[in-house]
Write a protein that binds this ligand. Structure first.
Ligand code: NDP
Length: 336
């Protein structure tokens, strides 16, 4: 059983060498009394929140990984043996699993996969946690209306590419930002954003936002934080809404950057609401009902960046913090 193990707690930017590959043995059957589910992992999901778990963090909403043990995350798996009556051998599931070929998982973290006529890897993205994040963060938190001006950061990523498409389906004017020419092109040509720009090429983010939003921003889907949030606050319209989904630009910092524009939240009567998507998985069936037809009718598309083999997992995970991924970063461990 090949595993990806965290060597020690990480400070600053994570490196491939913070993880190592280890081989362990795995039981092929669970003990009689077990309530757990033994799975074979097929796809592993690389997600920004995993960076927080690599640090020694007390008081976070989710615990740290244990140095010397395999790291954990979301994945798509096949049930090999089950001590839980809700899951049967041979079934496909998505949810919490280890970064290894086989894992013993807790049944309460698993969702059964009902639709298999779509790519299975989608359950790490559009049909899994990032999809739910885009759905909840945009529709429930931003309460979008036709004609509103929407701005999305990390817009070509697992979550952002969907937020942009949902905003277009709602009839909004959508502009996205991403960190390369290739990603900006994708936003405009593949995902249907009205416009897009590369934030790395802008000297002055405030001036860039004034260029793309001369009338201001009604909805900001926040994925990056830091300087971008500072600039966005100045450009929000009165009564705007900000979905505080994530702040990836802050995850590898050792020291806090100074902030100045937070008082805009008061002056402009903004709503900026944070959320953790796992609190809202009760809405998953409603989301699936909405999104499966959109995929099948070709009304929504999803781009993945697929790394082959568990040995490529550390580099794939580290890569999302420097924007190497184009679309949702997935690791294939096995195809069946
Ligand atoms: P992505 O697939 O978008 O990958 C991360 C991307 O972030 C990179 O590709 C890179 O794109 C961008 N990025 C990395 N570092 C920086 C930086 N310093 N400044 C600006 N952009 C940066 O990830 P997801 O779509 O999965 O996640 C997007 C955000 O949503 C994250 O903040 C994540 O933590 C959050 N999230 C929150 C959830 C919740 O429950 N609240 C659930 C899921 C995700 P680029 O080339 O454009 O810079």
């Amino acid at each position: 059983n090949q595993q990806v193990v965290l060597k020690d707690y990480v400070n600053g930017f994570p490196k491939e060498s913070d993880m190592l590959l280890k081989t362990s043995t795995v039981p092929l059957k669970l003990p009689q009394s077990s309530n757990a589910v033994l799975v074979k992992n097929l796809y592993l999901s690389c997600d920004p929140y995993m960076r927080g778990r690599m640090s020694k963090n007390e008081g976070s909403y989710i615990g740290s990984f244990t140095p010397g043990s395999p790291i954990a995350g979301y994945g798509v798996s096949k049930v090999v043996d089950s001590g839980n009556s809700n899951f049967k051998k041979g079934e496909l599931v998505w949810g919490g699993t280890g970064w290894e070929e086989y894992s013993i998982t807790a049944p309460e973290t698993l969702f059964k996969i009902q639709h298999t006529d779509v790519p299975l890897s989608y359950y790490t993205g559009i049909l899994g946690m990032p999809g739910m994040t885009a759905y909840y963060g945009f529709y429930e938190i931003c309460a979008p209306k036709k004609g509103e001006y929407v701005f999305v950061s990390a817009a070509s990523g697992a979550v952002g590419q969907l937020v942009g498409q949902f905003a277009k389906l709602t009839g909004c004017h959508v502009v996205g930002t991403a960190g390369s020419k290739e990603k900006v092109e994708l936003l405009k040509t593949k995902f249907g954003f009205d416009d897009a720009f590369n934030y790395k090429e802008e000297q002055n983010l405030d001036a860039a936002l004034k260029r793309y939003f001369p009338e201001g921003i009604d909805i900001y889907f926040e994925n990056v934080g830091g300087k971008m949030l500072e600039a966005v606050l100045l450009n929000m319209r009165v009564n705007g809404r900000i979905s505080a989904c994530g702040m990836i630009s802050q995850y590898n910092l050792n020291e806090e950057e100074g902030v100045r524009n937070l008082s805009c939240i008061v002056m402009k009567r903004l709503q900026m609401k944070g959320f953790i998507i796992s609190d809202h998985y009760d809405l998953y069936p409603k989301y699936i009902e909405m999104v499966i037809p959109l995929i099948k009718e070709g009304k929504i598309c999803y781009i993945e960046d697929v790394a082959e083999g568990i040995e490529s997992a550390p580099a794939a995970l580290v890569g999302i913090f420097s924007g190497k991924n184009v679309g949702k970063q997935v690791v294939v461990v096995a195809r069946e």
